[in-house]
Write a protein that binds this ligand. Structure first.
Ligand code: G3I
Length: 320
């Protein structure tokens, strides 16, 4: 069974992957990426981020972002836009700008509306991660240039400007470590409630799912957490799935990883409003994990030789 086919057959909109420019000249890689039976959706791993799209104020550079959008269009895949407002991969002119609150508000509005409107009206645009990773682990808001200048008002400012730039894209807030119950997940639920009460457009919450082998909560726990979000009137999506392990990969670790992938996918499977799943690249060859965590890796369903791992079968089983 292929992943996008099985996801769609079970009522999901897509099974997708992150990808980006540097790897698109690997023809063995693109042969799998471009197979719509495997992947019906893509997310730009980096190319749509602020640093890449507005490196200096008012100077928009869309060449890389356009390449990914064009790939979605020509390969008949949905696109998740990633992302409008995030404290990482932010150019220095924003971080160090010392802008007054009204000036930073207008910078956010210009950035979000220029980025989001560029791809508006195209059938391939499924959603935008309008705000990325706003929380601390304890559920308080993270201190960064946006929060420090505008308090939480930066979030509705970004969502309203994305909504006026594209009336059809689903607008998401995307976050990690909110896959299970805890203060961060509760913080996000409280934010959704307050945005809904205030009439701010918010349609979805992205659960990133950067997980570790052997530390994945049960399907029941994951599904209960998804239900806590969908009860608030938003959809959820698994937006950046990978399950890392201590290297080297052993048969025992690969078997546990298979079970972990299955448990995660099964939670989305039993959650009607979990609309789709995106892996944060499908192969260990190009995963971000070893570069970020020394000694960890092998987090993806395909290995570095582009062979399917047991995790692949875990994903298939999770949809059954
Ligand atoms: O482009 C430069 C290149 O010119 C330079 O030579 C090289 C030297 O280190 O760096 C390159 O930039 C790197 C960039 O990826 C592109 O490869 C950055 O150093 C590196 O930090 C950056 O990492 C990305 C990371 O976000 C940044 O925080 C990862 O690829 C990307 O997978 C990761 O994705 C994030 C999501 O956006 C949000 N959720 C968490 C997820 C994982 O961290």
């Amino acid at each position: 069974a292929q992943l996008n086919l099985i996801a769609r057959a079970t009522g999901k909109l897509y099974f997708g992957t992150a990808t980006d420019i540097p790897v698109l000249n690997d023809t063995a890689y693109t042969a799998i990426l471009n197979d719509t039976k495997q992947f019906g959706q893509i997310t730009a791993e980096n190319s749509m981020k602020w640093l890449l799209t507005e490196p200096s104020r008012g100077n928009f550079t869309f060449q890389a972002a356009d390449t990914i959008a064009h790939l979605a269009e020509t390969q008949h895949k949905l696109l998740r836009g990633h992302n409008c407002v995030w404290h990482n991969q932010l150019p220095d002119w924003v971080t160090a700008g010392n802008f007054s609150a009204p000036v930073l508000a207008s910078i956010i509005t210009t950035h979000c509306s220029t980025l989001v409107s560029r791809y508006r009206g195209h059938v391939y645009v499924h959603s935008w991660d309008v705000v990325n990773e706003p929380f601390n682990e304890d559920g308080t808001f993270q201190s960064n240039v946006f929060f420090d200048t505008l308090n939480i008002s930066y979030i509705p400012i970004a969502l309203h400007s994305a909504r006026s730039a594209d009336p059809l894209a689903k607008l998401y807030i995307n976050e990690f470590n909110i896959e299970y119950a805890g203060p961060k997940s509760t913080g996000m639920q409280n934010l959704v409630k307050s945005l809904k009460r205030a009439g701010v457009p918010i349609q979805g919450i992205g659960l990133q799912f950067h997980m570790t082998v052997g530390e994945v909560p049960s399907t029941a726990q994951l599904a209960a957490n998804m239900a806590a979000f969908t009860a608030l009137g938003v959809e959820v999506a698994i937006t950046e799935l990978d399950v890392r392990m201590t290297l080297p990969a052993t048969p025992a670790l690969l078997a546990q990883q298979k079970a972990d992938y299955e448990a995660i996918i099964a939670a989305c499977h039993i959650t009607a409003r979990c609309v789709g799943v995106t892996v944060w690249d499908f192969t260990d060859k190009y995963s971000w994990v070893p570069g970020a965590f020394a000694g960890l890796g092998a987090a993806c369903p395909w290995d570095e030789n582009l062979e399917k791992k047991p995790a692949y079968e875990g994903i298939v089983k999770g949809f059954l």
